[in-house]
Design a protein around this ligand. Structure first.
Ligand SMILES: [Zn+2]
Length: 199
């Protein structure tokens, strides 16, 4: 027996999400069928809104409703520091810590030879342009995750940026090896930032 088309389509959509296989997608689809109309509408609106109302900041690459984003357009932020992170969600994690008042740059990924991801596939060229244009920047803090890809990306960026006479630092490894920034608690993160070392 085939599922009715709306359900088949929904299962297919859920299967596009990371970590969701056919079984879970089917369960979610039938769960959705049982939800009330308002909840389904809110869910659908939230999905649509992420695409319609959000864009990437033209300066730092972070997701934002306004361009430039709130952080890039805030004159009270320390313009001499740029922290480079893998994902927009890492910016949120760092902001929760409240210890860091500099700017950010979101790479939207890491270098990964296995996945065929090179420097042109992540948001690196705009970082370099940003550094060339902005003489105020004195330090680039590389906060990619402590994974092999995160480390390789950090090394690559350090090599690229250091010749310009800008200090390049890396978060200290209170963060355990292989760990993602998003899973670190605020205390650990705060120590990793304050104990950062020059590359
Ligand atoms: Zn921005």
């Amino acid at each position: 027996m085939q599922y009715p088309e709306p359900i088949a389509k929904l299962i297919d959509s859920y299967m596009h999400l990371p970590g969701i296989g056919r079984k879970t997608a089917t369960r979610l689809a039938f769960y959705t069928v049982d939800m009330n109309k308002t909840d389904v509408k809110n869910f659908a609106d939230a999905l649509t809104s992420t695409k319609n109302d959000l864009r990437f900041c033209s300066i730092c690459g972070n997701i934002t409703e306004t361009d430039p984003c709130e952080i890039c357009s805030d004159p009270t932020r320390d313009q001499s520091k740029i922290m480079v992170v893998e994902q927009s969600k890492d910016v949120m994690t760092m902001e929760k810590m409240k210890d860091y008042n500099g700017l950010y740059h979101v790479l939207h990924g890491v270098l990964s030879p296995i996945e065929g991801k090179g420097p042109e596939d992540i948001n690196i060229s705009s970082l370099i342009k940003r550094l060339q244009k902005n003489e105020e920047v004195k330090e680039v803090i590389i906060a990619t995750n402590a994974t092999p890809e995160g480390e390789a990306t950090a090394m690559y960026l350090a090599k690229l940026i250091k010749p310009a006479g800008i200090k390049v630092t890396r978060l200290s490894h209170g963060l355990s090896v292989g760990s993602d920034i998003e899973y670190a608690d605020e205390m650990t993160l705060s120590k990793a930032v304050s104990g950062r070392t020059e590359m």
